[in-house]
Write a protein that binds this ligand. Structure first.
Ligand SMILES: [Zn+2]
Length: 314
């Protein structure tokens, strides 16, 4: 058998339920994004034949390789993006490093690390553009770290001026608020903190997020309206929540697609529609400049031309 025949016969593992393929034909956004707009949340999956998933993963995604992710982001109008390592790769950073090294100027990453990750590994990640470490408290993504392990990760991360990325759900943000508030370094909360909109727009979780945003070291991704919405597309309830946070703390919010949308219910959302919701979340050009360009440039350490030329009024 030739090498080509062999590799084509290596079928990708069957995707888990909840991992549909990306939207096949997203609409082209109906507005023009600012220069250097950044999608701060996307994932690279496979191809499994080259970058196999961890044996002990809790889900198997559909293969969506680097070039497909970057092509989707360019189609949507993003020049910069942040690749978030998925738990289905365990502690294997190979696919993340491969993606980041393909375009160091425009790509940054967040990695999964533990107390056992070596200094050499952290340095390699840092050189490749990693600027954040994920800490998750989501049971469906596997075991969370012990408090001592978390402390080790947080210390290593902040020593490099990275941020800690937190994924919580429901009342999780209330539960973790005091610990996050006490951290000295930067914190990024994923996906609108996945608050439960059945509790309305002034729930304990929403108030907790607002208090954290007031502190100055906590940022929030206004991503995954599709996950948070109770109504479905075009997600007016979650858009209202995102707008509330953007108004509350315009300098502390980020935006991302979550492409290619692993672990969801139903079909993958239309990424063009998600981008078209941004002007509802951030209604003015100034707010969108912060959300899509200036805030991500600060948190993910992109060369910020805006800052170099000086931004009057700030
Ligand atoms: Zn994600």
């Amino acid at each position: 058998m030739t090498d080509a025949a062999q590799s084509s016969s290596t079928a990708a593992p069957l995707p888990s339920p909840g991992c549909p393929p990306p939207h096949p034909s997203p609409r082209r956004p109906n507005w023009v994004l600012p220069a250097n707009a950044c999608d701060t949340h996307s994932h690279v999956f496979g191809p499994a034949a080259i970058f196999p998933y961890a044996a002990d993963r809790t889900f198997t995604p559909v293969d969506v390789p680097r070039d497909e992710v970057l092509a989707r982001q360019r189609f949507l109008g993003f020049q910069r993006s942040v690749i978030i390592q998925s738990s289905c790769y365990g502690l294997d950073h190979t696919v993340l490093l491969d993606a980041l090294r393909s375009d160091p100027e425009h790509l940054r990453g967040a990695a999964i690390v533990t107390g056992a990750t070596t200094t050499a590994e952290l340095d390699e990640l840092d050189r490749a553009g990693v600027r954040g470490a994920r800490l998750h408290f989501m049971p469906h993504l596997g075991e969370a770290l012990t408090p001592i392990e978390q402390r080790a990760v947080i210390d290593a991360v902040h020593a490099r001026n990275w941020h800690v990325e937190i994924h919580v759900q429901g009342d999780g943000i209330v539960e973790h608020e005091s610990r996050l508030a006490a951290l000295e370094g930067r914190v990024v909360i994923d996906h609108l903190a996945r608050v439960d909109l059945r509790q309305g727009l002034d729930s304990p979780a929403v108030r907790s997020v607002r208090r954290l945003l007031d502190l100055g070291h906590v940022w929030l991704k206004l991503s995954a309206v599709d996950r948070v919405s109770l109504t479905g597309p075009p997600y007016p309830d979650a858009v209202e929540l995102a707008r509330l946070f953007a108004q509350h703390a315009p300098e502390r919010v980020l935006w991302g697609t979550d492409f290619p949308h692993p672990n969801i219910e139903g079909d993958a959302p239309d990424d063009g529609l998600l981008v078209d919701l941004v002007p509802q979340i951030a209604p003015t050009p100034a707010a969108r400049q912060l959300l899509l360009v200036d805030n991500p440039a600060e948190v993910f350490d992109f060369a910020c031309t805006v800052r170099e030329t000086g931004r009057s009024g700030h």
